[in-house]
Design a protein around this ligand. Structure first.
Ligand code: FAD
Length: 332
């Protein structure tokens, strides 16, 4: 049986671990914290090529493929974990607040049509905009719980509270705070921390984003509503998520009340019912950003692979990423 060490127990590391274990690999995952405590815990969970992608053809191709894989990914993960995953193909409406905004939205729709992202004109409250029929939402907490459970059920060893300090490509050798390990292959999937683990990888850097959570009655929203990077949607039980921000604050995850207030104002413009509601929770996370998109695949002729840099769309891109890694690795 071939062995792989994965650095990082976020959604990308764990989905890859699960798929590799299904193919017979002996998998060990290391993480300095508990599994899924970073960006994958913080994410909103929109699966939103329409809302998120403008004109990047490669990203659109991967995103649409991954979105198409979601129903089967969820079904198979539920079967392996016995955890129910909240997933809804609810679509999204993006609105403009004035004529210039609408013209920009329509121009964006033309660019998107050229890369396969479909939208149609719509109205929401007083505003005109575009509806993205294919956009969807998954609850990241349910998917994360399912992945941890499915990994353990498939024999994956998750070594939490053990940070990888260095990956030496030849061997390959993985050094952690507690020892030195070798395996047939190593996968670096440590999100915003990935390039601290091995020399000469394309740089990844953290872009912080805050989210707000409101306890509301179910039935307020049946779709994502958004304007640019402001978005609001409702989970089945009623909780409303509103986001977000894009902050260059290093690895600091202190919640910033001024950012929270700004998101509240923007969200209340889209959904006036939120104006007088008090947020029940506010948190943030660190998106793994690169200047080249997701960094996926083998590093030169070494036995080290990478899967990081999914930035704003890591939840969306998870099924396709795990499939790409599993296909490149082959049977264990
Ligand atoms: C506010 C916010 C909203 C978002 N909303 C969405 C959304 O709606 N839809 C969407 O698709 N995406 C969304 N994202 C983006 C998404 O969360 C990320 O792209 C995705 O979670 C990245 O997953 P990951 O596993 O690569 O990183 P992470 O989840 O950050 O996991 C990396 C893991 O590596 C571990 N690690 C760190 N250092 C080491 C080390 N030395 N050794 C071993 N392990 C290490 C960390 O502890 C962590 O567990 C959002 C992100 C944020 C912050």
């Amino acid at each position: 049986m071939k062995s792989v060490i994965i650095a990082g127990a976020g959604i990308i590391g764990l989905a890859s671990a699960w798929r590799l274990a299904q193919r017979g690999w002996n998998v060990t995952v290391f993480d300095p914290r508990e599994p899924v405590s970073e960006a994958s815990w913080a994410a909103a969970g929109m699966l939103a090529p329409g809302g998120e992608i403008d004109s990047n053809a490669n990203l659109a191709k991967m995103a649409l493929r991954s979105l198409g894989m979601y129903p089967e990914f969820v079904r198979s993960l539920e079967e392996d974990s016995d955890v129910s995953i909240e997933y809804t193909s609810c679509g999204a409406m993006e609105v403009a607040f004035d004529d210039a905004g609408l013209a920009a939205l329509n121009a964006k729709a033309e660019r998107q049509a050229a890369i396969g992202i479909v939208s149609e004109p719509c109205r929401y409250r007083d505003w005109a905009g575009r509806r993205y029929l294919a956009d969807a939402v998954v609850d990241p907490l349910s998917i994360n719980e399912a992945l941890v459970t499915a990994c353990r059920a498939r024999g994956v060893t998750i070594r939490e509270h053990e940070a990888v300090t260095e990956v030496l490509p030849h061997g390959p050798v993985v050094r952690t705070l507690h020892g030195e390990y070798t395996a047939d292959r190593v996968l670096i999937a440590a999100g915003a921390w990935s390039t601290t683990l091995m020399a000469d990888l394309p740089l990844v850097y953290p872009v912080r984003g805050h989210l707000l959570y409101f306890e509301m009655e179910p039935g307020l929203l049946n779709t994502i509503v958004r304007s640019g990077h402001t978005y609001v949607f409702q989970r089945e039980a009623g909780g409303v998520i509103a986001g977000s921000s894009m902050e260059h604050a290093g690895f600091d995850r202190t919640v910033d009340p001024a950012v929270a207030e700004d998101i509240h104002k923007r969200a209340a413009k889209l959904v006036p019912e939120l104006a007088d509601a008090k947020p029940a929770d506010c948190w943030n996370g660190l998106r793994p950003a690169t200047d080249v998109g997701p960094v996926l695949g083998r590093v030169g002729d070494t036995n080290v692979w990478t899967a990081y840099g999914h930035f704003r769309n890591g939840i969306l891109l998870t099924p396709d990423t795990a499939q790409i890694i599993a296909d490149q690795f082959g049977p264990g």
